[in-house]
Unconditional design. Structure first.
Lengths: 494, 481
């Protein structure tokens, strides 16, 4: 059976490849780059059969693997994916290739370590998306902090040390209580750490609420939801471009994925009970954080805040418990994966040339970099949620689903679309349009082939997902239906 | 053969180590000046021989010497880990001792006697033999700490350790004497039988338990009995610190198994309460005070207090799984602190102790490999997966939650986050800071480097495949209750 170990390949090919890159050493930077590219392509290649071999008709876990790992504690190396996980695995392996290409020239110090950190992190992130054993999930979840900690701390900006320690401690603090909750669940599910068993374990309301809050802390920090979001702008501003891309495009999705895989099915009653809180926090993220984004001077900070606002749509979609809204949230996550990655890369392109991210230092870039301006325009429109781009599909579905449950929430969320338009377009107007006011801008060179390839690929996916979302939705449909059924059934013992 | 000597073969590893300690002493006396390395070689051979002899014994169990000596899975497993710890210390020590002019045979003789003390504690079946082992260990330790005569701090640390250690031994002995007076027997198993008839509220018994636990807490380094620990860890030569932080902890854990579990399991509820308090105080004191430290040896000393707090969680659980997880934690802690102090030793040279945290500045650029190893050690101590330190914490949290102390686990994980901060600071200094001109640290010791690499990578490999080690520790605790 070739199929049986595909998920293991997806996890371990990048990790072992990353160690090989590390072994090549920083002195042979060029070799390290090529090897890293090769590994990332191989890692992407092994995830493609997951897509081609996937059966969208069933909600059951596919490509399952289950081996005893720590018998003393009844922990298994248990992997498996459904339609929800599949897209995130593909997104992760795909973006890692782009990240390796985009950092080709602009990372000059400790190249091998840099590339290795990304590859190892890729394996761990894929591990999170396919782990079905609670401890395995937790191990991947925490382990990926180490490479990110180093990426921000070693290759980051001037305040990198502060930002990276804040990032680590925030997420670590959020996660440890999840561990306690998982251990508690272990004792109420006949000594099993299997997430699928957890989903069937009956639990009283008080226990459910406490477990929900423990999970909430872990996932809300990661997403991040207001008011646990303060680490994100710092981390984004200080991180190197590639770090920001992975952080925004994949790592933020982990928190959302956690809600889908753990919170909703394991503690459905508490999810319903606390849905008002989650919707409230999501709406605050959509409206308030978007207002905060408007006044930002730093482009990366602006996009970071915009990410938080977009993730607000995702969490809003989850907690209306409607299949359209949840599918919308998943599309929104994917779309944000492409668009935020692209936006950070665009800022990176400018930063590489000008070494500043301050909006005021720019103006009239479109005159000297027309191709860049055109591509960035597309991503800006996606960020706004213009029909035809991927941003529209997700937000529209979430608002549509939310309207059936709570019209007010839908109306408030829709105003967020307007604020979103204002900060994105205003950024675009000030930085890209207008006449050239700074002499440095006049000397800018347009995209080279490498940058064009990276941004062009992302542009293609943004449009594809926007114009023809059916194949994407087709894959997630059964799994979401199954999830909605699970959430609707009470688990409180009679 | 009379009944006293029946099953004397159970004690063959102990007899071997004792004999070889004397052999090392004598050979060093005659040939030591010409061939000092002989002592090292003989010590390593002694340890390898002990490993072989202990493995031959595996699977047997019973008592010998009229109950003074107990052989069970715990004896074997704990002894094996003690050999390993001493072996690592010996491998790390050579260059460090040479650089300081204290490369003498007595160091190794004292290490072997200390090891013998641990072995006697681990296999002790009577209050008398347990105390004998404890004192043999303690006296060797005092001598080791003060061994570096030219160093003022080491001498001071030796004296402090001696005075406070004697006090703790006294407390333990007083508790034992109360227990003897109450039950009329020294044999631990008979004590357990006699205690069935004593009510738990018996004041004398409560006093006995309190004194014994206080004595154990001192040896283990649990707060509030930890006062000696930072000064001694910082003052002692790093070789000795590495030893203090490793094998003797297994000995201290054996005290818990032999005295509290074998002897006083009927009194579980009494000592459980004390361990809740010890664990809480240790967690807070260890993890919070470590933040303020600039000296890495002192920081690791406070971190030890924190680790003792974590492993006490497993003891609080009091179940077989809880004790097994506490034992697993102890073993993991031993591996981590050996690697940590080994690293400090390796970065030190003649006239320079790499004991400030700032001495690690920019290590990632100067020596990427060692920085990577230290990174593993620090993340393992912080309990971040995929290092073995995480599974140690996982196991004790699991046990303590199973015992119904969810709140204790919550406090534990929160303090683990606080603890993560000061371990991260070391990583930060190594990876994010630029090296100073004056801290050009030279590493040149192939033997110690190899040992350290294996030791540190083991933390990572065991983190990816923790199953066998954990199963081994669970095996050691089989049927202990």
């Amino acid at each position: 059976m070739v199929h049986s170990s595909l998920l293991s390949y997806a996890i371990w090919v990048p990790i072992i490849g990353g160690l090989l890159v590390l072994a090549v050493g920083d002195r042979r930077a060029e070799a390290a780059r090529w090897l890293a590219l090769l590994v990332s392509l191989a890692a992407f290649a092994v995830t493609i059969p997951l897509f081609t071999g996937f059966d969208p008709r069933t909600a059951a876990m596919q490509f399952s693997e289950r081996v005893a790992w720590i018998p003393s504690l009844n922990i298994f190396y248990h992997l498996g994916i459904d339609g929800i996980s599949l897209w995130f695995i593909l997104l992760t392996s795909f973006l890692t290739v782009l990240v390796v290409i985009s950092s080709w020239r602009n990372v000059k110090e400790r190249v091998a370590q840099f590339m290795a950190a990304f590859l190892i992190m890729e394996g761990m992130m894929i591990g999170v998306f396919c782990a079905l054993d609670a401890i395995l999930f937790y191990v991947f979840w925490e382990a990926m902090l180490i490479p990110m900690f180093l990426i921000i701390g070693v290759w980051g900006g001037p305040r990198r040390v502060y930002a990276t320690i804040k990032f680590f401690l925030y997420t670590f603090l959020g996660s440890v209580l999840m561990l306690v909750a998982l251990l508690y669940l272990y004792y109420h599910s006949n000594s099993s750490f299997c997430l699928l068993v957890f989903q069937k374990t009956p639990l009283g309301m008080t226990a459910q609420v406490l477990i929900f809050l423990a999970f909430f802390l872990a996932f809300a920090v990661k997403i991040p939801m207001w008011p646990m979001h303060t680490w994100l702008p710092d981390a984004h501003v200080e991180a190197p471009t590639a770090g920001s891309v992975i952080l925004a495009a994949v790592m933020l999705k982990m928190g959302a994925y956690g809600f889908l895989r753990l919170s909703l099915p394991i503690v459905p009653d508490a999810s319903h009970k606390l849905a008002w809180l989650m919707m409230l926090l999501s709406l605050i993220a959509i409206i308030y954080v978007a207002l905060v984004a408007i006044v930002q001077e730093d482009m990366k900070k602006l996009i970071a805040y915009s990410s938080i606002a977009h993730m607000g749509f995702v969490t809003l979609g989850f907690f209306v418990f409607d299949s359209v809204a949840i599918e919308g949230s998943i599309i929104q996550m994917l779309s944000h994966g492409f668009i935020s990655a692209a936006m950070f890369l665009c800022v990176g392109v400018l930063y590489d040339r000008m070494h500043t991210r301050n909006i005021k230092a720019y103006g009239g870039v479109a005159n000297v970099m027309p191709i860049f301006a055109a591509l960035m325009m597309l991503f800006a429109m996606g960020n706004v949620g213009l029909p035809g781009t991927s941003g529209f599909v997700g937000e529209f579905m979430v608002v549509l689903g939310a309207y059936q449950v709570s019209p007010w929430a839908a109306i408030l969320a829709a105003t967020g679309l307007i604020t979103g338009a204002s900060y994105t377009l205003w950024l675009f107007k000030r930085a890209i349009f207008g006449s050239v006011t700074h002499p440095e801008v006049a000397g800018l060179k347009d995209l080279d082939g490498r940058e064009m390839f990276v941004l062009g690929t992302l542009a293609a996916f943004t449009l594809l997902l926007g114009l023809w979302p059916a194949p994407f939705l087709n894959i997630v449909h059964s799994s979401v239906q199954h999830l909605v059924t699970q959430v609707s059934l009470s688990k409180i013992p009679a | 053969m009379n009944s006293f000597l029946m099953h004397w073969t159970f004690a063959i590893p102990e007899i071997w180590v004792l004999t070889m300690a004397c052999v090392v002493l004598l050979t060093d006396l005659f040939w030591g000046d010409r061939l000092r390395d002989l002592a090292v070689v003989l010590t390593v051979l002694t340890l390898i021989g002990a490993v072989v002899l202990t493995i031959f014994e595996m699977g047997q169990s019973g008592t010998a010497f009229a109950g003074l000596f107990v052989l069970d899975p715990f004896t074997n497993v704990a002894e094996l880990f003690s050999y390993l710890a001493v072996l690592m210390v010996v491998l790390y020590s050579r260059r460090y001792l040479v650089d300081r002019g204290i490369y003498r045979g007595e160091v190794f003789v004292l290490l072997l006697f200390a090891l013998l003390g641990i072995m006697v504690m681990v296999s002790g079946g009577s209050l008398l033999s347990i105390y004998l082992g404890l004192e043999l260990l303690a006296l060797s330790q005092y001598a080791l700490v003060a061994f570096y005569r030219d160093s003022v701090v080491a001498t001071e640390a030796g004296l402090k350790y001696f005075v406070l250690g004697a006090l703790a031994s006294g407390m333990l002995l007083y508790g034992m004497s109360l227990l003897y007076g109450l039950t009329g027997t020294l044999d631990v198993r008979n004590i357990a039988g006699a205690l069935v008839n004593v009510t738990a509220s018996n004041l004398v018994l409560v006093f006995a338990i309190v004194f014994i636990v206080a004595g154990i807490a001192f040896k283990l380094g649990a707060a509030p009995f930890h006062m000696w620990l930072p000064d001694v860890y910082q003052g002692a030569p790093t070789v000795v610190t590495a030893f203090l932080a490793s094998a003797p902890k297994i000995g201290a854990f054996a005290l818990i198994i032999r005295l509290l579990v074998d002897g006083g399991y009927g009194m579980l509820e009494s000592w459980q309460q004390i361990f809740v308090a010890l664990s809480l105080v240790s967690l807070v004191v260890g993890n919070v005070i470590a933040i303020a430290q600039q000296n890495i040896k002192r920081m690791l000393a406070y971190s030890t207090v924190g680790h003792v707090g974590f492993l006490s969680l497993g003891i609080v659980a009091g179940t077989e799984a809880g004790l097994a997880s506490a034992f697993f934690y102890t073993v993991v802690y031993v591996l981590m602190s050996l690697a940590g102090f080994g690293m400090i030793m390796l970065l030190s040279r003649a006239g320079f102790e790499a004991e400030r945290i700032d001495d690690f500045k920019g290590l990632a650029q100067r020596k990427p490999w060692y920085a990577f190893l230290m990174l593993i050690i620090m993340f393992s101590m912080a309990g971040v997966p995929p290092t073995v330190g995480f599974y140690a914490k996982l196991a004790v949290f699991q046990a303590v939650i199973a015992a119904g102390y969810v709140w204790l686990a919550v406090i534990g994980v929160l303090l683990a986050v606080i603890g993560a901060f000061y371990y991260l600071r070391v990583v930060k200094v190594m990876y994010f800071d630029k090296a100073d001109a004056e801290t050009g640290i030279i590493v040149r010791d192939d033997l110690a480097s190899t040992a350290l690499s294996i030791n540190s990578l083991a933390l990572l490999v065991l983190g990816i495949l923790p199953g066998p080690l954990m199963a081994f520790c669970f095996y050691a605790m089989q049927g202990v209750i």
